[in-house]
Design a protein. Structure first.
Length: 587
């Protein structure tokens, strides 16, 4: 290999390590790798920043705005509320849930679909006495499967389409990926319905655990009128840094105050709600001026003055690796964390000093407007109200449905390119005030857009340095005994592995030049190999961190890490087999 290829390999491996170990955000890691190769002269400025002028990231940004409009107007709420029904235990309601989820994911980003459906699934499961774990993971997997039916089903398809265009091919047709994706979605849907009741255990939901164990770590105290802390602030009264306990809320004359800040002044007969370990409750008895409320109150999830929420920490969240105390959670988010749910159980450690991890579900208390403030921010993948009513459909829903239908029909007929169609659709929704400009801006995940744009430069380096040809040659030599199918199997398996370790978009961009070079060396159609990479990069069913929707349901479903492989392994095997067999027959 040339020095350029060796340097590119070293940079790619460094980027992978940074991503796998969460040492830097995906956008920073990928852009840093691209800039390094630009500075070394492996690629020029045009190649390094080609992604910023490619249609893919711009189209993805426009589709984020459209998806946010669907969520805001409740355009899918009535459909989702009717899907589960009241008959059947698992398979029948699962069938009614997954059908619409798969269909909707073909035309919408799957993240808002799961965000809209998950709270309704949890409410339905609580009402029926069924574990939501039987539905949330299949919901995520179904949304992933639906994404491989059309080019706009997931950002990964648009990324590969943009790479195809940059490589001199025709961009991916609207339903082209569906030639292999639709059969995969249909077979995957059947597998989920058959295997879920057998393979997925019934886990306790976050709400169940919180309700059942709340007596262990919820206690209420009253401020004695004229006592030692009457008129003092929370901090001066010594209630700010209690060992294993924190002050979650305050009730004064029937009005709830949450969260309670260090500067909040206490008054006689204030009812203080503390949360923490049962063994630390005795510490409160030593605080002069406080007395027991003489009854343990369970968390009242239906109290209209307080909102209880589940907030899932995602890969891109600034909370990852931080502690609640270190990041100043109360002041930053105007909320107090009641509990942390991780890997199927509640965290027992002192919450304020516990480093947060990807997939943690924070149970927090705040004012009822918390969800609206934070649902479109990268801090949390999912913000769902516990015990909240589902959103209602407003008048803008019909406008959203009409604009989306027009965009899909025109793009599918080839009358309008998907870039222009999505941009016009997003602009119309903003102009019609279905979604405000500020809401549209917050709906766009800049981290994802940054990864997509920056990774084009990294992919260009893999190609122009000769690294793609070298890796492809080794892959062809290893798998050539089985011909085109064997080489394609190697490409697909490698893509599935890489997408579980890093973001699916980055995996697709890195594997694209290798796939095209491999196709050229075995005399196969590079278009088919490119589409195989798009499908394989979306086939993330083995871990809760490989795909965003998997992380979203990790905590709310009460899952453990291994639960994903339990249901995801047979699904992955089937997807890989169908891609390897089907792509050479179709392209």
């Amino acid at each position: 290999m040339t020095w350029e290829a060796w340097l590119t390999l070293a940079v790619v491996l460094a980027v992978l390590i940074l991503l796998i170990r969460d040492l830097a955000s995906p956008a920073v890691a990928v852009l840093g790798g691209t800039v390094t190769l630009l500075a070394a002269g492996v690629i020029d400025a045009r190649q390094a920043f080609s992604g910023f002028s490619n249609p893919a990231p711009i189209t993805v940004a426009a589709l984020y705005v459209i998806a946010a409009s669907v969520e805001k107007t409740g355009a899918m709420s009535s459909l989702l509320s009717r899907t589960l029904g009241e008959r059947g235990y698992v398979r029948r309601p699962l069938t009614r849930l997954l059908g619409p989820a798969v269909g909707a994911s073909a035309f919408l980003n799957n993240t808002p679909i799961v965000a809209m459906a998950a709270p309704q699934v949890i409410r339905w499961a609580d009402r029926r006495g069924v574990s939501p774990s039987k539905f949330l993971m299949p919901l995520s997997f179904g949304a992933i499967l639906g994404g491989v039916i059309t080019v706009i089903g997931t950002s990964t398809n648009l990324v590969v389409s943009g790479q195809m265009q940059a490589a001199g091919m025709e961009p991916m047709g609207f339903f082209e990926i569906g030639r292999i994706g639709l059969p995969i979605a249909a077979v995957g849907l059947v597998l989920l319905i058959i295997l879920t009741p057998r393979l997925l255990p019934a886990r306790r939901s976050v709400r169940e655990e919180l309700t059942e164990e709340s007596r262990r770590y919820t206690v209420e105290m009253l401020v004695s009128p004229g006592g030692a802390v009457d008129g003092s602030t929370v901090e001066s009264a010594g209630l700010r840094n209690l060992s294993g306990l924190f002050l979650a809320s305050l009730e004064r004359h029937g009005v709830q105050v949450a969260p309670v800040t260090p500067d909040t002044h206490l008054a006689g007969n204030d009812r203080l709600r503390f949360v923490g370990r049962a063994e630390d409750v005795l510490e409160l008895q030593e605080v002069r001026g406080l007395r027991s409320a003489e009854e343990d109150h369970l968390l009242d999830l239906d109290d209209p003055g307080i909102g209880y929420f589940e907030a899932v920490v995602g890969v891109e969240s600034p909370l990852v690796g931080a502690t609640l105390k270190g990041i100043g959670f109360r002041e930053r988010y105007q909320a107090a964390v009641v509990a942390i749910h991780r890997a199927g159980q509640l965290v027992e450690a002192k919450l304020g000093t516990e480093p947060l991890r990807v997939g943690d579900t924070l149970i927090l208390v705040s004012d009822p407007g918390f969800r609206d403030r934070w649902r479109n921010r990268s801090d949390f993948l999912l913000v769902a109200g516990m015990g909240a009513t589902p959103p209602t459909t407003n008048r803008g829903a019909r406008w959203v449905a009409g604009v989306m239908a027009a965009m899909v029909i025109l793009a599918a007929a080839g009358l309008v390119p998907i870039l222009q169609g999505s941009l016009v659709a997003a602009f119309l929704l903003i102009a019609a005030r279905v979604i405000t400009a500020d809401e549209a801006r917050r709906a766009v995940d800049l981290e994802v857009i940054g990864v997509i744009a920056a990774a084009f430069g990294l992919a260009a380096a893999v190609e122009v340095s000769g690294l793609a040809d070298t890796v492809a040659g080794g892959m062809v030599g290893f798998f050539s005994g089985n011909g085109e199918w064997g080489v394609l199997l190697g490409i697909v398996l490698t893509t599935v592995l890489v997408t579980e370790l890093i973001t699916n978009n980055a995996a697709a961009l890195l594997m694209f030049p290798i796939a095209v070079a491999s196709a050229d060396q075995v005399g196969a159609d590079p278009r088919g190999f490119a589409i195989a990479v798009a499908v394989a990069a979306s086939a993330s069913f083995l871990t809760p961190i490989g795909y965003q929707t998997n992380t979203m349901v990790y905590g709310p479903g009460g899952y453990r890490f291994g639960d994903y492989a339990r249901l995801g392994t047979p699904l992955t095997v089937v997807v890989v087999a169908m891609v390897v067999i089907g792509v050479p027959l179709i392209w």
